[in-house]
Design a binder for this molecule. Structure first.
Ligand code: BG6
Ligand code: MG
Length: 217
């Protein structure tokens, strides 16, 4: 009987949606009269939509009322969803299905642990929803990563002890959240940026099945 659970972040781990977040935030920044760069976008990884807008307005030194803030949140998300609408399974990052299939065939419970409120429609668009036993996303949490809440809810819903959970993450805050939850953290992306992770890989093509097998208990 397998006691291990796997938890996947979504954006930057399963699909590269950062480019669509970038385009939608850039449009808003340009409307407000300032530039939004790829370097700025790096700061947004793993960060909630609300916090992203706060940072964006700081970058542009823009003041806003609560009402205006809420309108910009909605406007950005409408633009973002227009990109999501065009997504299909060709946008799944390399070898993600290899890993999901392996875990599924071994009967390992799988959760999503994402800050995004759009996680479900994205998984539906790329046809991966059926792999996940549990979905925890921006609609279910009150505290953002690096708080461990999102992953602890995931472990609880999977019925797996946190210490037996393995987390895939591409964001510094996400690795910190996994570590704070006392889970095993696997950084997907630049190993220097994600140096706090227990293991590092540039992407899933570098992960072989023997490595995954070794994580199962
Ligand atoms: C995270 C992304 O997964 O979700 C962030 O890395 C994003 O960039 C956050 O801001 C919230 O996403 P959404 O889809 O709810 O706006
Ligand atoms: Mg991410």
């Amino acid at each position: 009987m397998i006691k291990t659970g796997f938890i996947f972040d979504l954006d930057g781990v399963i699909v590269d949606t950062a480019k669509y977040h970038y385009l939608a935030w850039k449009k808003l920044a340009n409307e407000l009269g300032f530039e939004f760069t790829h370097e700025h976008n790096e700061q947004f990884k793993g960060v909630s939509r609300k916090r992203c807008l706060e940072i964006l307005l700081d970058i542009g030194e823009v003041e806003s009322s609560q009402e205006q803030f809420d309108k910009w949140m909605i406007e950005k998300n409408i633009d973002y969803l227009a990109y999501i609408e065009e997504m299909d399974s060709s946008e799944i990052l390399p070898d993600v299905p290899k890993v999901l299939n392996f875990l599924k065939n071994r009967g390992v419970p799988i959760a999503l642990g994402s800050a995004s409120k759009n996680a479900r429609p994205i998984l539906e668009k790329v046809d991966l929803l059926h792999y996940f036993d549990v979905l925890v996303d921006g609609n279910n949490v009150t505290k953002a990563k690096p708080d461990p809440e999102v992953f602890l809810i995931g472990a609880n819903k999977l019925g797996v002890q946190p210490i037996k959970c393995i987390v895939f993450e591409d964001a510094v805050a996400g690795i910190a959240a996994a570590n704070n939850a006392k889970m095993t953290s696997i950084g997907i992306g630049d190993s220097q940026t994600l140096s706090e992770a227990d293991y590092n890989f540039n992407d899933f093509t570098e992960i072989d099945l023997a490595f995954l097998e070794g994580l199962l208990t």
